[in-house]
Design a protein around this ligand. Structure first.
Ligand SMILES: CC(C)(COP(=O)(O)OP(=O)(O)OC[C@H]1O[C@@H](n2cnc3c(N)ncnc32)[C@H](O)[C@@H]1OP(=O)(O)O)[C@@H](O)C(=O)NCCC(=O)NCCS
Length: 156
């Protein structure tokens, strides 16, 4: 599993997830099939260079594409970022032509904000602010953001 290029960008060289774990206490997790123990990919939260923003990122083995796994994993990472780490904002970047990754970000509630350059590549930049908590006792309601669906359930 390529660790040095978590976005799969050709010129990418970002701090590794290990650096992020050591400095900040969070990073990228392995995605493992519960039944077989096989490594399927990686997903998590990382600092997006050169600024201080936190991004959600994911990478799956090709054989696993198209099963909703990136969406499920990204949704779990967002829940962790907002609920456990109390982040105020999570962003996501994709190569301009990576429609599948853009769809994943949209499905978990990030919105397209702008075109931008990262790692010397033309990218699309998405973002999601911390969901507003309400007095509702229903946790699903509390996670719902205007104009978006709730985060998908992890139950399968
Ligand atoms: C991008 C990636 C993570 C998606 O993983 P995945 O598990 O197949 O994603 P999901 O199944 O959760 O969702 C993919 C969505 O994109 C859609 N999609 C797939 N290919 C598409 C395409 N060429 N154009 C438009 N939509 C596309 C799927 O239909 C699905 O949307 P839907 O549920 O509305 O039908 C996977 O392809 C991957 O690892 N790619 C290489 C690394 C990478 O690009 N990482 C992201 C870096 S920003």
């Amino acid at each position: 599993m390529p660790q040095a290029k978590p976005h799969g960008f050709p010129n990418e060289s970002s701090p590794t997830s290990w650096t992020n774990w050591i400095r900040h206490g969070f990073g990228v997790w392995a995605l493992v099939d519960k039944m077989s123990g096989v490594l399927l990919g990686q997903c998590g939260l990382n600092h997006l260079p050169p600024g201080d923003e936190i991004e959600v990122l994911y990478l799956l083995e090709r054989a696993c594409w198209g099963q909703g796994l990136a969406t499920e994993a990204a949704a779990a990472a967002l829940r962790c970022g907002f609920d456990e780490l109390s982040l105020e904002r999570i962003v996501g970047i994709t190569l301009a032509g990576n429609a599948a990754s853009q769809r994943v970000l949209e499905k978990v509630g990030l919105r397209y904000e702008k075109d931008a350059r990262f790692f010397d590549c033309d990218c699309r930049y998405y973002a999601c602010d911390r969901p507003k908590r309400t007095a509702s006792p229903d946790p699903a309601q509390a996670l719902r953001r205007p104009g978006s669906e709730t985060f998908p359930s992890l139950e399968r």
